[in-house]
Design a binder for this molecule. Structure first.
Ligand code: AHG
Ligand code: MN
Ligand code: MN
Ligand code: MN
Length: 337
């Protein structure tokens, strides 16, 4: 690749759209607005500490979580940016109990519904640890021109037309897929453009990193405990013991494991009998990305993206990453429960 050739996100999207002559550019337009909203959030994340954007809002969301100012800031900006693009007829967000209907003449003609975790890893905001945004896009099922319905959102992850995340880290990256592989774009603040930096990312089928909140160890199912023990045993041939790496921001943990290989696990625990992570706007989009990179994403038994959603904020146990590592933990769960 020409070391001086810079491919911007817009150029990349237009080039890839050219492969689909019947494409009308609406998804292209939508993704452009995702990038714009992320630049605004990135600007505040990078100034956090200098401006009054840290700390609690003093409100809580439908999850019963205390909302951080940046949770609400990110939520508002993504909603505004996606409403103004006219391609989205409604949005579901971690921060809102029901979906947000865009009921004006333009947006009612939008072909897509958008689901998001506007700020992932909120517990890390005030301590300057990487955080992210996760999004998932579906074609609506309800007739164009009419009001969006809950059925537009309760589609299995296999129906996603696009999904991705933004990682506000040492550099800000946008990683997304439309089902043709996954590519990573790094924001160059000096020109305000996302530039292609990771082409057609593939995740190793084996890794030496396991990511889980071991503070919950005593509450894990027996199979998960046995798998953690397996990760910690010495076995040169399979490069064990593995390294334990856990940041507490799903996007950061996933991005590291995607590039290096590894497994991320959030199993059921007693105060989270269905797991903690949300199916629609955390697990499905991450699963789409990981599967496009050659990895696997399951609930410990079944493919995450085939889960039939019953409610917007439903939770699921989540095991995802290098395919052989996910296979192995599933073996332990099958034997030990
Ligand atoms: P969010 O900040 O969007 O509510 O998500 C937090 C999630 C996810 O980012 C992370 O993997 C997980 O919570 C960490 O949970 P624990 O602190 O229970 O380990
Ligand atoms: Mn939250
Ligand atoms: Mn989250
Ligand atoms: Mn969140």
């Amino acid at each position: 690749m020409n070391p001086f050739k810079v491919t911007t996100l817009n150029e990349f999207i237009l080039n890839s759209q050219a492969q689909f002559p019947d494409a009308e550019g609406d998804l292209t337009h939508l993704l452009h607005h995702v990038g714009t909203a992320a630049k605004i959030v990135n600007r505040e994340v990078n100034k956090a500490g200098l401006v009054d954007i840290l700390g609690e809002m003093g409100t809580s969301n439908i999850q019963g979580e205390d909302q951080k100012k940046l949770d609400v800031f990110a939520n508002d900006h993504f909603i505004n940016s996606l409403h103004s693009c006219g391609e989205v007829c409604a949005i579901a967000s971690e921060e809102n109990e029901s979906f947000i209907l865009f009921d004006d003449d333009v947006a009612r003609k939008g072909k897509y519904v958008f689901l998001m975790d506007p700020l992932d890893g909120s517990s890390n905001i005030d301590v300057n640890v990487s955080i992210g945004t996760i999004f998932s896009i579906y074609k609506r099922k309800s007739p164009i021109g009419e009001k969006a319905t809950m059925d537009d959102f309760l589609q299995p992850g296999t129906e996603q037309v696009a999904a991705g995340y933004i990682l506000y880290g040492s550099s800000t990256m946008l990683v997304y897929t439309t089902g043709q592989g996954i590519n990573g774009f790094t924001l160059d603040p000096s020109i305000g453009e996302y530039c292609l930096s990771n082409t057609l990312i593939k995740t190793p089928e084996n890794g030496t990193i396991y990511s889980i909140n071991e503070g919950n160890y005593l509450k894990f199912p027996a199979g998960v405990k046995q798998y953690i023990k397996y990760c910690q045993e010495k076995d040169e041939k399979s490069h064990r013991p593995y390294s334990s790496r856990y940041i507490g921001s799903l996007v950061s943990d996933i991005h590291r494991n995607l590039l290096k290989g590894g497994i991320f696990m959030y199993p059921v625990i007693d105060n989270a009998p269905h797991g903690k992570l949300r199916l629609l706007y955390e697990c499905n989009p991450i699963a789409f990305i990981i599967e496009q990179a050659g990895g696997r994403a399951t609930d410990g038994k079944n493919r995450i993206m085939e889960t039939k959603p019953l409610s917007l904020h439903q939770r699921t146990p989540f095991f995802c990453g290098s395919s052989n590592m996910v296979n192995k933990v599933e073996e332990f769960i099958q034997v030990f429960g």
